[in-house]
Design a protein around this ligand. Structure first.
Ligand SMILES: NC(=O)c1ccc[n+]([C@@H]2O[C@H](COP(=O)([O-])OP(=O)(O)OC[C@H]3O[C@@H](n4cnc5c(N)ncnc54)[C@H](OP(=O)(O)O)[C@@H]3O)[C@@H](O)[C@H]2O)c1
Length: 346
């Protein structure tokens, strides 16, 4: 990396459906300067996550203004303080925060999510385990799912960054964890690597998506005692297939809708109307946003680290070199290719 240049991944244009490399361009600018009460950071790791699709799609359902053409693409990074005029942030300190897809960024502390301690976990783990994925899994279960020992926790996108941790945390809390995923390879990974008790594929051998009715049947076998907690990362037909199996007072964490990420502006995400069933079974269904929990991110770190130490949680990252590789080669169309967190070393 040239220390005099600030490489930035710029949003060139907004995508109609799923983003691809044509929506971005790489620009080289000058390194910003920091004023009093500020500090300069140099990016070490960037994570590439599905929420970025939402940031590129203005919609009434969006929870932030997102990005517009000409903006630096938003993301969370592990960055190092390289200059400081802020009393609370020292040169050499490592931070996880919203510094976006660029080499250098100025901060004032308001964008810091957690201070990084490389003795607790390697730097890339602060993107996956201690960062967005781990915090989402941890707080989603802690605040909404609240699994009890012996209960059944079902997870969709179950071997992705978030899902793989949800299953393992549920197990660490004494619950039975069941995975929904796609391929035979991922089914094996769910059982062998992430320790799920059972797994269901939402695709058949030919790679065709099962209908909700077909998937419902398969879930019956995998969840003989019904479902107490559903960590919903996908929405769509997958989630529609789950509802007949909810137990009384089941909890549903609405975390993601990746099955609907391809929809273009104006296209409707349609499906089951389940109010009657929800009422009868007193089901709690709650939207979850990790950003509501950023202020207590540091609280989750010791517990996550302890579970790793005890061998109850394992995590995997897929690290590639070079900020220029973010959109230009594999960004955004990578969701189905990577088994776990995609992380870029800058
Ligand atoms: N609410 C929040 O605060 C929050 C925070 C972080 C993430 N999220 C959301 O949580 C979800 C998972 O995030 P992640 O970081 O774990 O993602 P990830 O590691 O990129 O995994 C995504 C997985 O989703 C599955 N998938 C992709 N397209 C699909 C489709 N059309 N239908 C069904 N499944 C599909 C794929 O697994 P399979 O092969 O198993 O299908 C893929 O591996 C995303 O929807 C993300 O937006 C929400």
């Amino acid at each position: 990396m040239n220390a005099m240049i600030n490489r930035q991944i710029i949003v060139d244009n907004l995508p109609a459906g799923m983003p691809d490399a044509s929506n971005f361009r790489l620009e080289e600018g000058s390194v910003p300067t920091c004023g009093e009460g500020q500090f300069l950071t140099r990016c070490l790791y960037i994570s590439v996550d599905p929420y970025m699709v939402g940031r590129m799609k203005p919609s009434a359902a969006a929870y932030t203004a997102g990005v517009k053409p000409g903006d630096v693409m938003q993301c969370y990074t592990v960055s190092e303080v390289v200059e400081s005029k802020h009393p609370d942030y020292q040169v050499g300190e490592l931070l996880y925060g919203s510094y976006n897809m660029q080499d250098y960024a100025v901060g004032d502390g308001s964008e810091v999510i957690v201070r990084v301690d490389s003795d607790v976990a390697p730097l890339e783990a602060w993107q996956a385990l201690m960062g967005m994925a781990g915090q989402t899994a941890y707080w989603g279960l802690e605040t909404i799912g609240q699994p009890q020992a012996g209960e059944t926790v079902l997870v969709s996108a179950a071997v992705g960054s978030v899902g793989s941790l949800v299953g393992q945390i549920a197990k660490a809390k004494g619950a039975r964890a069941v995975a929904i995923t796609s391929s035979p390879e991922k089914c094996k990974q769910a059982l062998d690597t992430f320790g799920y008790d059972a797994v269901v594929s939402y695709k058949d051998e030919a790679g065709r998506n099962l209908s909700p009715a077909e998937l419902t049947e398969k879930l019956k076998e995998a969840c003989p005692d019904g479902i107490d907690v559903y960590f919903d990362n996908t929405g769509g037909d997958i989630s529609e297939a789950v509802w007949p199996h909810y137990n009384l007072r089941a909890r549903i964490i609405i975390c993601g809708r990746i099955a609907a990420a391809h929809l273009k502006a104006g296209e409707k995400d349609t499906g089951l109307r389940d109010q009657g069933f929800m009422i009868a079974n007193r089901i709690r269904k709650e939207g979850f946003l990790v950003f509501d929990h950023w202020h207590k991110a540091a609280e989750a770190v010791p517990q996550l680290a302890k579970w790793v130490q005890e061998g109850k949680i394992t995590y995997q990252t897929d690290v590639m070199d070079g900020i220029e590789n973010a959109p230009l080669k594999r960004f955004c169309f990578s969701w189905n290719r990577f088994l776990v967190s995609l992380c870029l070393k800058v």
